[in-house]
Structures are given as structure tokens and as C-alpha cells.
Design a protein around this ligand. Structure first.
Ligand SMILES: Nc1ncnc2c1ncn2[C@@H]1O[C@H](COP(=O)(O)OP(=O)(O)OP(=O)(O)O)[C@@H](O)[C@H]1O
Length: 505
């Protein structure tokens, strides 16, 4: 059953024409009907056009706003990476696994906004139409409204089991009213049965809404963890705390005890302090399981000066990646203090870089926020790509032209070089690399370390984890976690380390 008001307007005009033809154009009624038809067109075209314009405009603006908010929350404070880690831990933690975050942002928000606006317009139009038709009916015969009220109830029930045509005939026969009245009955009936006819759209709306709600709730949870455990308040904790600071810490302590059923205390959180250099003081790293606190590494001490490049080595599973996550503020489970620059001044490069769907330019600017984007010149970015050996990508895809899923287009080695391009854009004071060159050939790996070594006049510190022997030549110091496990001095110069491990050369 059609419920588009345009159909009813056309039906109404057609019926007027038919009536005048049936009455054999008494008194120039046909000409009047033609004129009415023309007036209706002149009035209806802009009104219906405006209706579409407003609903499409509302959809685009709303979708744009919600998507930007979600993207900003997703990318802020490395939330995307924390979400990825949480999803891996979901078997061990009481968290929901959030699948396909990109799809939730791209598709679910669009589906939700579109369905909501379409349904809203539909219900609104139907409501207005029903009220106006009831009013028309009232002007024809007031008793019809009361009579039809009772009949409509029966027809609504019948409608569930009958085809539209049958309902139409039933309506005609039962009410024994004129053509106009019967079409009014159909209108009212279709308005009332809207929820049934729109059942699919309502299901889509609820499904998409639920997926967005889950995603948002998980992001808020991660964001709260950041605010109370890794965030700026915690970074600048001093003994002479303000009232606000005291409250924040008390809240964080209450919260962590509540969350871990009292099994974890405030002392099971690593303290972060902003500093120019990376320094670890008595850092113990724990696995983020809510049930059992397994210690991965205990009492690690380390101080890294500018120009120093640290390679973290040790057997598989000893805790190299976990230590990097702690340094970058992705994990805070454990004890001790981590001093490090502001997170915005550090760049963490995992083995498989995150490539949000977008243009080549957006890949390079990630994780910089949108508002800073225009600050970067296209030519500068093209030079960056040239330096990491990816200038052919500009010819192939353009810098701004296409939104692409680069994780499917580029090889892992190329994605890793793209991530190095981000280092050139951001020029951080500390670069943390977790097997970030593992898929590159030797020449590209050498080029990458030379590039990072040349940043900030060589003042950029590097902390790497990797198993390849070739990495030794690019680092000045080694943190040997195997030695640390045996109780020996873990931090040594590369020279000393190589005396003991000549095979690594
Ligand atoms: N989310 C987690 N929850 C519980 N345990 C974890 C979690 N992530 C890592 N672990 C455990 O912590 C230990 C250290 O893991 P990590 O990834 O840091 O080792 P790694 O030295 O980097 O290993 P590899 O060289 O193989 O990459 C491992 O025993 C691992 O199983």
C-alpha cells in the first residue's frame, strides 16, 4: 500500500478530472479541474523538492557530525590500538569484542542516520496526512469519523491477512461512501499500519543503533581508563596535589578496586610522568587479566639519553612488546614509574601499521587530527613518500583523490614504509618500533634507520624490538631481558653486548 503523499496528491487531482468528465463538464468544471491540477503542480513541486532537500541535507550533516565525533574519539589517545588489544584480550577480560570498528564508523552510522531520518519523515508525513484527512472527513460528514473509527479497527485486523486490493474493496463496500471518502479511509488505514509495513526499516535502524552504541560504550570505557590512569592528570601528579587532583586519584583507586573485585589496588597501576627523556624506575609489568595478575617483567630500570638508540632483545614471550606498550602508555598494569615525553611527541610503530580508510595524504598525516591537516603542504608530503621509496603511489592513487583501504592495496613492507613516512611528518622526539621493519628488505631497513637518525639533528631517540641480526648496527645500547631474568645488568652498550654475543655481528 503506497503511503507517499505525492501519490495521494496526484490521485486527488486525477479523481477531480474523472469526476468532471463523468459529469460531462457541467458549468466549465473540467477547465476548473485542469486549473486546479496546474496549481497543485506549481505548489507541490517546490514543496516536495524542499522536503527531499531538507531530509537529504539533515542526513548528510548529521552523518558527518556523528562520524567525525566517532573518528576523533577512536583515534584520540591511541584508543584504536587499545581497543584492538582489548579485543584480543576479550577471552580473558570482561569486555565486549568490538568487530570491524571501521565498518561501524563508515556503514552503521550511515545506515542509522538514513533509516532514522527516512522513518521520521514517513511517520511525520503520515501523521500530518492522517490528521488532515480526518479533518476533511469531518467537513464531509462528522458522523463518518466516529463510524469509521470503529470500522478501521476491524479493517486493521483484516489487513494483516489480506492483500491491499481486497482491503480497498472491503472498504468501499462496507462504508458505502463516495470515491473520495474511500481513498481517505485507505490513507488513514495506511497511516495506522505504518509500523507493520516498515518493520524491516525499523529492524535495520535498531540493529545499526545497537552496533554504534556498543562501539561508543567501549570507546568511553577506554577513554575513562586513559583519563584516570594514563591521562594528563596522572602525568603531573605531585605531592602537593590540588583538591581536584586528590579527587581524581581517589576516584581512580575506587574505580580500579571496584573493577577488579578488590583484587587490584592503586599500586597495581604504573605511574606516568612527563619528561624530556624516557626513564623507567622500578617498572613491573603485569598482564591485563582481571582474574589473575601475572607478572610479565619485574623491576626494570632504564634511562635513555638523546641520540641513544636502544634495542630490546630476549627470547620470544619474555615481554619485549609488553614493555613497549607500557612505555607508550598503551598498558598501565603494573608498578613503578615511567617518565616519557608527551604522547603527542612520541610515535609508536607496530609490526602491522594501522591504515585508516582514506586518501594517501590522510595515511601520512595519521594520527594527526583533522584540524591540523591543511598545515601540511602536498609537495612536502610527496617528498616524504619519495624518501621512503613510495613516490609511485602518488602517480598510482593521487595524494588526495581517492579514499582507499591501503591495508589491502599495499604489501606489509610498503605499509611499514608508509608508517615511517609518518615519522618524517610528525618528527617525534622518541620513536618506538615493535618489529616495525620486519617485512622490509635490508636496503629499506637501513634507509629507514638513517631517516630516523637524521631527525631533529640526530636527537630523536629510538627504542626497537626485533629479532633480525641486521638491527644491531643501528643501535647504541641493548636492553637484554634474558640477562635481566637471570638477575644480571640488563642495560649495556652495544659494544659490551657484542663482546658477549659475537655471533650477532
Ligand atoms: N593481553 C594479554 N593478556 C595476558 N597475557 C598476555 C597478554 N599479552 C601478552 N601476554 C603474555 O605476556 C608475555 C609477554 O608477551 P610479549 O608479547 O610482550 O612477548 P615478546 O617478548 O614481545 O614475544 P615475541 O618476541 O614472541 O613477540 C607472554 O607470555 C604473553 O602470553
Amino acid at each position: 500500500m503506497s503511503i507517499d503523499p505525492r501519490d495521494y496528491a496526484v490521485d486527488y487531482a486525477q479523481r477531480m478530472l474523472t469526476d468532471t468528465l463523468q459529469s460531462k463538464d457541467e458549468g466549465g468544471a473540467f477547465q476548473a479541474a485542469i486549473n486546479n491540477f496546474l496549481y497543485l503542480l506549481i505548489f507541490a513541486i517546490p514543496v516536495f523538492g524542499l522536503n527531499d532537500f531538507i531530509s537529504s541535507g539533515a542526513y548528510v550533516s548529521w552523518r558527518d557530525f556523528v562520524s567525525k565525533e566517532m573518528i576523533s574519539l577512536y583515534l584520540r589517545n591511541r584508543n584504536y590500538y587499545k581497543m584492538y588489544l582489548r579485543s584480543q584480550e576479550s577471552g580473558k577480560l570482561d569486555t565486549d569484542e568490538i568487530d570491524n570498528p571501521d565498518q561501524r564508523i563508515c556503514v552503521d552510522i550511515a545506515t542509522f542516520c538514513r533509516s532514522f531520518i527516512d522513518l521520521f519523515m514517513l511517520f511525520f508525513n503520515s501523521f500530518v496526512k492522517m490528521v488532515s484527512f480526518v479533518a476533511i472527513l469531518w467537513t464531509i460528514e462528522p458522523w463518518l469519523v466516529v463510524f469509521l473509527g470503529n470500522r478501521l479497527h476491524t479493517l486493521m485486523v483484516t489487513h494483516l491477512g489480506l492483500k491491499d486490493g481486497t482491503v480497498f474493496h472491503l472498504t468501499l463496500e462496507e462504508t458505502r461512501i463516495k470515491n473520495q471518502d474511500s481513498s481517505i479511509v485507505c490513507c488513514i488505514l495506511s497511516s495506522l499500519s505504518l509500523v507493520i509495513s516498515q518493520f524491516d526499516s525499523i529492524s535495520f535502524l535498531l540493529g545499526a543503533g545497537n552496533r554504534i552504541y556498543q562501539f561508543d560504550r567501549e570507546l568511553q570505557r577506554i577513554e575513562n581508563d586513559y583519563r584516570f590512569n594514563d591521562g594528563p592528570n596522572q602525568d603531573h601528579v605531585t605531592e602537593e596535589s590540588t583538591r581536584e587532583g586528590t579527587l581524581h586519584r581517589r576516584f581512580a583507586a575506587d574505580r580500579s578496586q571496584k573493577k577488579d573485585g578488590g583484587g587490584q589496588t592503586q599500586t597495581d597501576r604504573i605511574r606516568f610522568v612527563t619528561s624530556e627523556r624516557v626513564k623507567l624506575i622500578g617498572v613491573t609489568v603485569m598482564a591485563p587479566s582481571s582474574l589473575k595478575r601475572t607478572i610479565i617483567l619485574s623491576d626494570v630500570n632504564l634511562e635513555l639519553q638523546g641520540k641513544q638508540r636502544l634495542l630490546i632483545v630476549g627470547r620470544s614471550g619474555i615481554g619485549k612488546s609488553s614493555l613497549l606498550r607500557v612505555i607508550c602508555g598503551l598498558w598501565n598494569h603494573g608498578r613503578g614509574t615511567v617518565e616519557r615525553p608527551e604522547l603527542g611527541d612520541m610515535l609508536f610503530l607496530p609490526q602491522k601499521p594501522y591504515t585508516p580508510i582514506g586518501s594517501l595524504r590522510q595515511q601520512l598525516l595519521y594520527p594527526r587530527e583533522d584540524k591540523n591537516e591543511e598545515h601540511y603542504d602536498d609537495q612536502v608530503l610527496e617528498k616524504v613518500l619519495e624518501r621512503v621509496g613510495l613516490s609511485q603511489l602518488v602517480t598510482r592513487h593521487g595524494l588526495r583523490t581517492q579514499d582507499l583501504d591501503f591495508s589491502k592495496i599495499l604489501s606489509v613492507g610498503e605499509q611499514q614504509r608508509l608508517a615511517i613516512g609518518r615519522v618524517l611528518v610528525i618528527k617525534p622526539s622518541v620513536v618506538v618500533m615493535d618489529e616495525a621493519t620486519s617485512a622490509m628488505d635490508i636496503a629499506n631497513e637501513k634507509n629507514v634507520y638513517e631517516i630516523i637518525g637524521s631527525l631533529r639533528d640526530g636527537e630523536t631517540s629510538i627504542i626497537s624490538v626485533g629479532h633480525r641480526k641486521t638491527l644491531v648496527q643501528f643501535h647504541t645500547h641493548v636492553l637484554d631481558l634474558d640477562r635481566h631474568e637471570k638477575g644480571g645488568e640488563a642495560l649495556r652498550t652495544m659494544e659490551d653486548y657484542l663482546k658477549e654475543h659475537p655471533m650477532q655481528q
